[in-house]
Structure formats: structure tokens, C-alpha cells
Ligand binder design. Structure first.
Ligand SMILES: Cc1cc2nc3c(=O)[nH]c(=O)nc-3n(C[C@H](O)[C@H](O)[C@H](O)COP(=O)(O)OP(=O)(O)OC[C@H]3O[C@@H](n4cnc5c(N)ncnc54)[C@H](O)[C@@H]3O)c2cc1C
Length: 446
């Protein structure tokens, strides 16, 4: 029997794969529902994702999972637009035509911008860019003016004052992923969502897991995982479970905290990852905020990463006829922004929207909520891909398949599924791990 710790996408897919091979699986999750970052909630009577989620055409593993759990027909793909807010003005920024008519850059700057995007998208050797600073790379390809006007404000919006320490591999991965959404020619981007939001995906996953006999233990935080030669013991708040092996899918700081037997070098690798969390304001508004799904804001005074208007993608009838807008702010968990009260963040968000969208004011807000997560993605420091957490650890019967194992990608569901599939394949090829499967089952809880 295997215990999977964490019921986010990584934990649920790990459980699914093991159950598909006929293994007995228990998933333990500290929250009262499955889904992790994809979990839905209620805002102003609307049930939708706490954090915005789209599916890109290039998200092959997500699309395959939807098919596997019987909801492929619920995926809706649509053409969407992107805006860029810069120097106090809002510009369409989806198509080559938008770029050509963008007044803030010279023709040479525009050519260099296109060359940067083409280079990041089409060149493959990401290892070569792992140790290069992001600003150095962008300056080399785009030039100083593009860096100052476009790239640096966007990087600062995502990574704050730490942006200069990020690796070029990060921006290359971001560009590759976003370009994966582009349609051929001049048609802009094509994004998708699942009807009903991620709640539909999670319900279908839970159903599939249930049918395959997977047990979900919800609302129970794992405090410690201790392994011996013969079994692994997982301590929950007021209960212990013994199993043949355990797989951690929780963020690296949690892995380090609950698995004290990890070796000093493994703990060093886990500790090297400085995580960014997110505080994300959701506003349900009684006013149309244009037709762009993403408005990138290249303005240091704007306190959020950007503006995501879910109603530009999702049928407004599914959102009560309102616009559902997200304003995320990414920062390390200890950053001052993460401790701001919900009221402060909501009023910053409303003020921010009124600057970007003429005519918008706070009275247009029908409902507001703030979702927070302390650990979302490891900061993309130089050389990070060279020291990822191990799949099989030095602790017998204990493996880590968390999203810190993403090599060259920005965090997303499809690549999270890929991490699980690759990690399980790596474990399967490891004789020491394989033999834990056949060992004496000490299953049972007490
Ligand atoms: C703002 C935002 C927007 C995003 N947009 C997109 C998008 O548009 N498209 C896309 O594909 N992806 C998007 N993502 C990324 C996507 O949500 C993640 O890739 C995915 O959800 C990661 O899943 P995970 O299982 O690795 O981690 P998590 O979802 O973090 O799951 C970890 C789970 O472990 C649990 N846990 C933690 N500690 C313990 C413990 N001690 N005991 C038991 N359980 C524990 C947590 O409660 C959680 O449920 C977005 C993420 C964010 C934050």
C-alpha cells in the first residue's frame, strides 16, 4: 500500500496512476477538500476557481487527463486577447498587427522583441541558459529600451525586486508556454476552460479514484513521515497509518518539515528553493472590463502582477452575467505584501482597475475575496534545474514527486502531471523502490 501526501493535482494524479496498476492507495490531505491550488470556492453566489486557470492547446497532459476521466467534451477552447498597459495607456497586444501599431517602441525595438520571442520559442538547449541572468539574456536579444519599457516591468510584476536574480531559463519557459497558445498566423491566442471550472475536473477525478478503490483522507495534516526497512509510518494529527511506501507531493518546505530522516544534502537541496506564494484578489464586477483575458501591466506603481478577466474566456452566463476578475500578487511568504489584510488588497485592486479601465469605480464591485497560498513556485534562481529534489530519497520507501521537480517550465497543471509521470517512471526503473511494492504489507490504520 502507498500513502500519497497532498491531494493537489500532483497527489491525485499520482494516486490515479498507482491505482491504474492495481495498487492500493491512500491519499492524505490537510484541507477538507481535494484540489490544492485548483480548489474552487464561492464568490457572490458564483462557484469558480479560487485561482484563475486556463488550459492551453499545448497542455497535452491536461487534455489527455480530461479524456481519461471522461470529461474531454467539457473543454471549451476560445480565441482570446491580451492587452498591455504601459505609460498610463491600454494597448491591444495579441497579434503581430498589434505589435506593428504599438506606438511606444521604435521599428528596431519591435524587430528585436520579435527576435527574442522567436529565439526563446524555437531554440531548445535550455541547459545553456540556466546560468545566464534573465536581464542579461533579454538585453542581449531585445536591447536596453525593450528591457526598460517592457521586460523589466513585467518581470518585476511577477518576481518583485528579486527579478534580476532569475535565470534566463525562466523567461524562455514562460515565452514557450504562452507561445504554445498562439494560433498559426495572426489570430492571437487560443485558451480553454472546463465548463464548471476546475470543480468539474476535481469531481471527475474523485469519482475515478473512488471507482478504483483509492481512499481519500481529508482534513488531516501530515505531521511526520518516518520510514524503516520494513514500512513507513505517517503521523496525522491524531492518527497513524502504516504503509509500504509514501510519496510526498507537497511543496519542498513541507517535505523538509515532515520528513526529518532526509539526509543533510537532501535538506540542503530542498532549502535552496525559495518559494513564492500568492495573494490573489477576486472581484465580481457589474461592468464590462473589455475583452482581453490578460492585461499585462508594465507599471511599477501597479501593485499586482496583472489583471485576468475570466469573463473574456468563460461564458458570462456561467458567471452570473458578471465579469470575474483576478488580480494576483506573487511574493515570498514572509514578504510584507503577503501580510496585508484582505480589505487593503481589495481596495488596492479596485483602485488599480479604475486606473486601467476608464469609468470603473469601487461601486461596480459586487463581491470580493482574497485567496492566499504560501508556497506556489520555487524562485527560478540561476542553475536551479541542476539540483532538483530527488524522486527516490535516501530514506527507504520515501519518494518526492512535487512540482519543485519541474525543470524548465512555469508552474501549470499539464507540466505538473508530466512531473508525476516522469517521476513514477524514474521510480519504476529503480530496483530499490520497485521491491518496496512487493514487501510485506503492514497496511491498516490504528
Ligand atoms: C494564481 C495561480 C494561477 C494559476 N493558473 C494556472 C493556469 O492558468 N493553468 C494551469 O495549468 N495552471 C495554473 N496554475 C498552476 C496550478 O494550479 C498548479 O500547477 C497545480 O495546481 C499544482 O498542483 P500540486 O499538486 O503540485 O500542488 P498544490 O496544489 O499546492 O497541492 C499540494 C497539496 O498538499 C496539501 N498539503 C500541504 N501540506 C500538507 C500536509 N502537511 N499534510 C497533508 N496535505 C498537505 C495542500 O493542502 C495541497 O492540497 C496556477 C496557479 C496559481 C497559484
Amino acid at each position: 500500500m502507498t500513502i500519497v501526501i497532498g491531494a493537489g493535482i500532483a497527489g491525485l494524479v499520482t494516486a490515479l496512476r498507482l491505482a491504474q496498476r492495481g495498487e492500493r492507495v491512500i491519499v492524505v490531505e490537510s484541507e477538507s477538500a481535494v484540489g490544492g491550488l485548483t480548489r474552487p470556492w464561492e464568490i457572490g453566489g458564483i462557484h469558480w476557481d479560487r485561482f484563475y486557470h486556463v488550459v492551453l492547446g499545448s497542455d497535452h497532459d491536461t487534455v489527455a487527463l480530461l479524456d481519461e476521466i471522461g470529461i474531454a467534451d467539457r473543454l471549451v477552447m476560445r480565441s482570446v486577447k491580451t492587452n498591455l498597459y504601459v505609460e498610463g495607456k491600454l494597448y491591444p497586444f495579441s497579434t503581430p498587427f498589434d505589435l506593428l501599431s504599438f506606438p511606444e517602441l521604435t521599428p528596431v525595438d519591435k524587430i528585436r522583441l520579435v527576435a527574442t520571442i522567436a529565439h526563446a520559442r524555437y531554440t531548445k538547449n535550455d541547459d545553456a541558459y540556466e546560468w545566464e541572468g534573465v536581464l542579461q539574456y533579454l538585453t542581449r536579444w531585445s536591447g536596453t529600451r525593450n528591457v526598460d519599457r517592457i521586460w523589466r516591468p513585467l518581470l518585476r510584476a511577477k518576481l518583485g525586486e528579486h527579478h534580476a536574480n532569475a535565470s534566463a531559463a525562466f523567461i524562455r519557459a514562460t515565452i514557450k508556454r504562452l507561445q504554445g497558445a498562439r494560433r498559426n498566423g495572426v489570430g492571437g491566442e487560443c485558451y480553454g476552460y472546463v465548463r464548471g471550472g476546475y470543480a468539474t475536473v476535481l469531481q471527475a477525478l474523485e469519482r475515478t479514484l473512488h471507482d478504483r478503490g483509492v481512499e481519500l483522507v481529508l482534513g488531516r495534516r501530515v505531521c511526520e513521515v518516518a520510514a524503516s526497512e520494513h514500512h513507513v509510518r505517517v503521523t496525522l494529527d491524531e492518527r497513524e497509518i502504516e504503509a509500504d511506501r509514501a510519496i510526498l507531493t507537497v511543496p519542498s518546505p513541507v517535505c523538509a518539515a515532515i520528513a526529518p530522516q532526509l539526509s543533510p544534502s537532501e535538506r540542503r537541496v530542498l532549502a535552496q528553493d525559495r518559494y513564492f506564494g500568492v495573494a490573489c484578489v477576486s472581484l465580481l464586477v457589474n461592468r464590462r472590463l473589455g475583452d482581453a483575458y490578460v492585461t499585462n501591466v508594465a507599471d511599477a506603481a501597479f501593485p499586482f502582477t496583472g489583471i485576468i478577466n475570466m469573463s473574456a474566456l468563460v461564458d458570462r452566463r456561467d458567471l452570473g452575467g458578471y465579469d470575474l476578475v483576478y488580480l494576483p500578487k506573487y511574493a515570498p511568504p514572509e514578504d510584507q505584501t503577503m501580510t496585508l489584510s484582505d480589505d487593503v488588497l481589495v481596495s488596492q485592486a479596485a483602485r488599480g482597475l479604475s486606473r486601467v479601465f476608464t469609468g470603473f469605480n469601487e461601486a461596480d464591485v459586487v463581491a470580493a475575496r482574497v485567496a492566499r497560498a504560501p508556497y506556489v513556485f520555487p524562485f527560478p534562481r540561476l542553475g536551479r534545474a541542476q539540483s532538483l529534489p530527488p524522486a527516490r530519497t535516501s530514506v527507504p520507501r520515501l519518494a518526492i514527486l512535487n512540482n519543485a521537480r519541474l525543470r524548465y517550465a512555469t508552474l501549470n497543471v499539464s507540466d505538473t502531471i508530466g512531473v508525476v509521470d516522469e517521476g513514477l517512471a524514474e521510480l519504476d526503473s529503480d530496483p530499490a523502490w520497485r521491491c518496496t511494492r512487493e514487501s510485506r504489507a503492514l497496511a491498516g490504520s490504528r
